[in-house]
Design a protein around this ligand. Sequence first.
Ligand code: TYM
Length: 328
Amino acid sequence: METVVSGIRPTGNLHLGNYFGAVKSFVQMQNEYNCYFFIADWHSLTTHPKPGNIIQSARTILAEYLACGLDPEKATIYVQSDVKEVLELYLFLNMNAYLGELERTTSFKDKARQQPDNVNAGLLTYPTLMAADIIIHKAVKVPVGKDQEQNMEMARKFARRFNNIYGLEFFPEPASFSFSEKALKVPGLDGSGKMGKSDGNCIYLYEDAKSIRKKVMKAVTDAGPTAANSEKPEVIQNLFTFLDIVSTKDTYDYFNEKWNDCSIRYGDLKKQLAEDIVTFNEPIRERIEEYMNNTELLDKIARQGAEKARESATKTIQEVREIIGFHR
Ligand code: TYM
């Protein structure tokens, strides 16, 4: 069975971008693949979270994974920092990763701009840690959103480079995967291109109906179409992308027709969209609350997941040590 790996940083609650970009695929893939889904708590250290928040933040994501339908009987669900073998592979990969290529990645450049007082080496080597996460289990598919494409290219590059250096076909080259045909980018409702925590434009899975309605009704629009069948400007296209993701096809078609014949009323569209998001969120929200109240269960699931993940990681790292020459 093919192996799948993916992870999410515990830097707050999951939002709709995380869900439709990644978690929805996790839920589908767990039935068909050998899946490893983790919580990337080491990766979240690049922004220096407070010590008191680390464990609780990971529990939150775990509760949300479970609430979305991830099943520990089907997939291995674990916390990154419970599998130290990943660090050894990270070190080996760093020895063959070059300053120039790491500095050129757009995510590094963006972060360096966003946090100029904290351009740390962890940020620089973010892609090697991510590659280690993936190839430690020899994954072939990685469900991620569109924003991770460059990191995925780097992961393939590091896997290929390792194979070339030692003249082996050891690590498969991992491919990005999405349940939709193309990698997904869930837009923000503030007119920006992407929903993201640092952009403050998120709708969270844990968000209540009142707050969802408020955010959706505030979404940026324009003065309306002036000619039939015209192309949608980005802010309007964003709303339609949302309809496409959370509403029924009939709803999408209805508003699309209204756009095309210039009779669209954005207020109606937003009202419908808000209700569809509320309907989607409500059951997940209830389950998140149930899991969050059961710390014992969460910790047990994390312990069992760590054990299974370590088994797979240990096997790979022992082989890697041999290949590199660490054998007596
Ligand atoms: P992170 O924590 O920023 O985001 C988690 C996942 O959510 C997706 N995502 C989106 N997809 C579509 N539209 C959006 N607006 C949107 N916002 C977020 C991301 O693409 C991602 O799939 N580097 C990773 C975490 C990571 C990882 C890994 C992933 C660490 N190691 C190994 C896969 C494999 C990250 O920061 O994701």
